[in-house]
Design a binder for this molecule. Structure first.
Ligand SMILES: [Zn+2]
Length: 474
C-alpha cells in the first residue's frame, strides 16, 4: 500500500485514487525564460519518479505539467533580447525538453501552455465574478480572499495573521480591497502581450493558470498535486481558493511538496544567484548521475549541494553500472543448469532477489523513500557481485538478477533508455507534432495548420495515417 505525506493534513495517508486504477496528477511546471537549474529539476524528477512508481504499481496515470509562458520575467527577458514572448517561450520549451529527456523525465500526458488556456482562464474568472468571489479594480480583477472561508487550509495560516503580518507582498499601486487579495487578470500595460476579456485587454495572473489548466485537462477534482515547498503559500493556497470557489468541489486530494536544494544552507535560486543549471552540470556529469544524486535523498528533505556529494553519487552510479556489465558477461559464459557449489549459491541469489525487490517496493510505498529504495538496490548489487564470483551459477538465475536490477532502476528512471529520436526526428519536432495532434483533437484546425507549417519550415513533413501522424525528413 502506497502511503504519501499530505501537506494539507500533515500526515502520511494511504493513497487511494478517486477512480479505481486511475490517477490524475498535476505538477507546476517551469516559467520558460531560461535554462532550468538543479533546484528547479527536483520537482520534475521527484514527481516523474512517483508517476513511474504508480505505473509500476499498476495505475494508469494522467499527468499534466504546464509551461508558464507569460509573466513579468518572460516579458522582461523577451524585451531585453528584442524578441517576442512567444519566441522566447518556444526556445526555452525546446531547451526544457532537451534537458528533461536526458534526465529521463517522461513526457507528461499533456504539457499545456498558459497562453493556450486563455479561454478557460477567462471563463473561470467570469465564474468567480458571477459567484461574488472576484471584483474588478483599476488595474485588474482580484480574488476576494475574505469571501473564501477555508483560506489558509493548506499552509495552515490564518487569514487574520496573514493580514497583520509584515510578510512582503508584491507591491503595486492597486486599489484592491485587502493586501491578501491576489490578481486573477492583469489589465494591459504598454509593451506587453494581451488578450481580450470582459474586463478589457490584459493577461492572466500566475495562480489562475494552474487552476484553469487542471480543470481543463484533468477535471474539477484531482488526486495528486505536486510542487516545490516554496509553492505552498501563496501559489497553492490560491489555487485551492480559486478552484473550490468556482466549482464547489474538493480540488486536490493529496498535496505533495518537495524540499529545496541548498548551497551553503541557502536555497538554490535564480534570485539569490547561487544556482547551477542542469545544462552546465551535465558538462561534467552524466545526466543520469544528476538524477541519481537527486533521488539519493528523500524528496521532502533538503539537499545540501556540494561537489563531493555529486562525486559520491557518480561513484555509486558507476558501481551499479559495473555490476550490470560484469554480471551480463558472467551470465553469457555460465552453465545452463547450476552445478557444483553454484547450486546452493543460485538458490541463495534467487532468495536475495526476492528480498531486495520487496525491500525496494516497501521503501517506495513509504512516502516514496527513494533513499532507502536505492539502499536496497545497492544491497542487491553487493549480493550479485558476490554471487558472480562463484562458479557454477546458471545463466537463468544471473539473468533474473540483472533483469530485476534493470526493472528497479527503471522505476527510478535510471536506465539508459533510447528516446524517440531513434529515427532521427529531433525532440522539438516531435513536440510540435503532438501539439498539432492536440489542436486537431480540439478541432482547432487553424492552429493545427500553423503548427504543420512550422514543422515544414524546420525541414520535416507530417502526414496523418491510420496509425497516427507520421513524421519524416523533407
Ligand atoms: Zn501551479
Amino acid at each position: 500500500m502506497l502511503r504519501l505525506y499530505n501537506t494539507q493534513t500533515r500526515h502520511k495517508e494511504t493513497f487511494t485514487p478517486l477512480n479505481n486504477g486511475q490517477v490524475k496528477m498535476y505538477v507546476c511546471g517551469p516559467t520558460v525564460y531560461n535554462y532550468f537549474h538543479l533546484g528547479n529539476a527536483r520537482p520534475f524528477i521527484t514527481y516523474d519518479t512517483l508517476r513511474r512508481f504508480l505505473e509500476f504499481s499498476g495505475y494508469h496515470v494522467s499527468y499534466v505539467q504546464n509551461f508558464t509562458d507569460i509573466d513579468d520575467k518572460m516579458i522582461n527577458r523577451a524585451n531585453s533580447e528584442e524578441i517576442t514572448v512567444q519566441e522566447l517561450a518556444d526556445r526555452f520549451i525546446r531547451e526544457y525538453f532537451y534537458d528533461a529527456d536526458r534526465l529521463n523525465i517522461k513526457r507528461a500526458t499533456i504539457h499545456p501552455r498558459a497562453t493556450e488556456t486563455i479561454d478557460t482562464i477567462v471563463d473561470l474568472v467570469q465564474t468567480l465574478m458571477d459567484k461574488g468571489y472576484a471584483y474588478e479594480a483599476d488595474d485588474g480583477v482580484y480574488f476576494d480572499v475574505s469571501r473564501f472561508k477555508p483560506y489558509g487550509q493548506l499552509s495552515h495560516h490564518r487569514l487574520e495573521e496573514l493580514e497583520s503580518s509584515d510578510r512582503e507582498m508584491s507591491f503595486d499601486a492597486s486599489d484592491k480591497r485587502s493586501r491578501m487579495d491576489f490578481v486573477l487578470w492583469k489589465k494591459k500595460k504598454e509593451h506587453e502581450p494581451f488578450w481580450p476579456s470582459p474586463w478589457g485587454d490584459g493577461r492572466p495572473g500566475w495562480h489562475i493558470e494552474c487552476s484553469a489548466m487542471i480543470i481543463k485537462h484533468l477535471g474539477e477534482t484531482i488526486d495528486i498535486h505536486g510542487g516545490g515547498q516554496d509553492l505552498v503559500f501563496p501559489h497553492h493556497e490560491n489555487e485551492i481558493a480559486q478552484s473550490e470557489a468556482a466549482t464547489g468541489k474538493p480540488f486536490v486530494r493529496y498535496w505533495l511538496h518537495n524540499g529545496f536544494i541548498n548551497i551553503d544552507q541557502e536555497k538554490m535560486s535564480k534570485s539569490a544567484g547561487n544556482f547551477f543549471t542542469v545544462r552546465d552540470l551535465a558538462e561534467h556529469h552524466d545526466y543520469l548521475v544528476l538524477r541519481f544524486f537527486m533521488l539519493s535523498s528523500h524528496y521532502r528533505m533538503p539537499i545540501n549541494f556540494s561537489a563531493e556529494l555529486l562525486q559520491a553519487a557518480e561513484n555509486g552510479w558507476k558501481r551499479i553500472q559495473t555490476c550490470l556489465d560484469h554480471t551480463a558477461f558472467v551470465a553469457a559464459h555460465a552453465p545452463l543448469k547450476p552445478e557444483g557449489e553454484g547450486i546452493e549459491a543460485a538458490a541463495s541469489l534467487r532468495n536475495s532477489i526476492q528480498t531486495y525487490r520487496q525491500a525496494f517496493v516497501d521503501a517506495m510505498n513509504d512516502d516514496l523513500n527513494t533513499a532507502d529504495a536505492i539502499a536496497a538496490v545497492f544491497e542487491l548489487v553487493r549480493t550479485v557481485n558476490t554471487a558472480a564470483t562463484v562458479g557454477g551459477i546458471d545463466q537463468e538465475t544471473l539473468k533474473a538478477a540483472t533483469e530485476t536490477l534493470h526493472q528497479l532502476l527503471d522505476v527510478l528512471g535510471l536506465t539508459e533508455t533510447k528516446n524517440e529520436d531513434d529515427d532521427g526526428i529531433p525532440f522539438d519536432i516531435l513536440e510540435l507534432v503532438s501539439r498539432r495532434t492536440e489542436a486537431k483533437k480540439q478541432r482547432d484546425f487553424a492552429r493545427a495548420d500553423t503548427i504543420r507549417d512550422e514543422i515544414q519550415k524546420r525541414g520535416f513533413s507530417v502526414v496523418d495515417t491510420p496509425q497516427g501522424p507520421k513524421v519524416s525528413v523533407q
